[in-house]
Design a protein around this ligand. Sequence first.
Ligand code: 5GP
Ligand code: MG
Length: 200
Amino acid sequence: MGAGMVSYRPGRNGFATGGDMGREQTEVLFSEETIRVRVGELARQISSDYSRYGEILLVGILRGCYIFLADLSRRLTIPGRIDFVALSSYESGTAAERPVRLVMDLRTDIAGKHVLIVEDIVDTGATLDFLLPVLRRRKPASLKTCAFLRKPSRLLKELTVDYVGFDIPDVWVVGYGLDYMGRYRALSDIGIIATPPAAR
Ligand code: 5GP
Ligand code: MG
């Protein structure tokens, strides 16, 4: 592996290299430090915007959000609660033919609450386009969206994301919660995978 490549050292990246792990080469797109700085900026912005509301309810979309949500929530300076939904995503078929389904609902009644949806990455926008009306029907006091990454060139829907960490080109990214066939979620950096998934 040359400079700028991710090295899969045990400990630092959570899971040790073993078996066929680490065969797909990844190139670092955002380093741990770059991510840390940007998450801090997002947390400051969100804390300032929500300071007059009293309490925020972060709704994470599993599974990709888990690291971003953990980092973001710990750097907010406003009171808040956390809940999760799980949606079917790239399980089968291409983005166009794959209907989004709610596979795990919230436990919280969001009526009257200030809800911020936290997503790892907005790609075609199908996930948020599905979830927003579902949650809006439950009458939250406000409903906004935050995505750590967004691929503007892939967007199929007219969609406003209120808080975005970084806009990226049409590449498959892994690490910081994001996977490639279930792997690499625990990488500390965000990397571009050389062999993107076929089913898109
Ligand atoms: P959308 O519904 O916007 O097309 O896709 C959103 C979901 O697709 C994301 O929450 C994420 O789970 C998955 N996704 C899209 N692009 C990528 C990517 O580059 N890497 C990974 N690991 N997941 C992605
Ligand atoms: Mg996701």
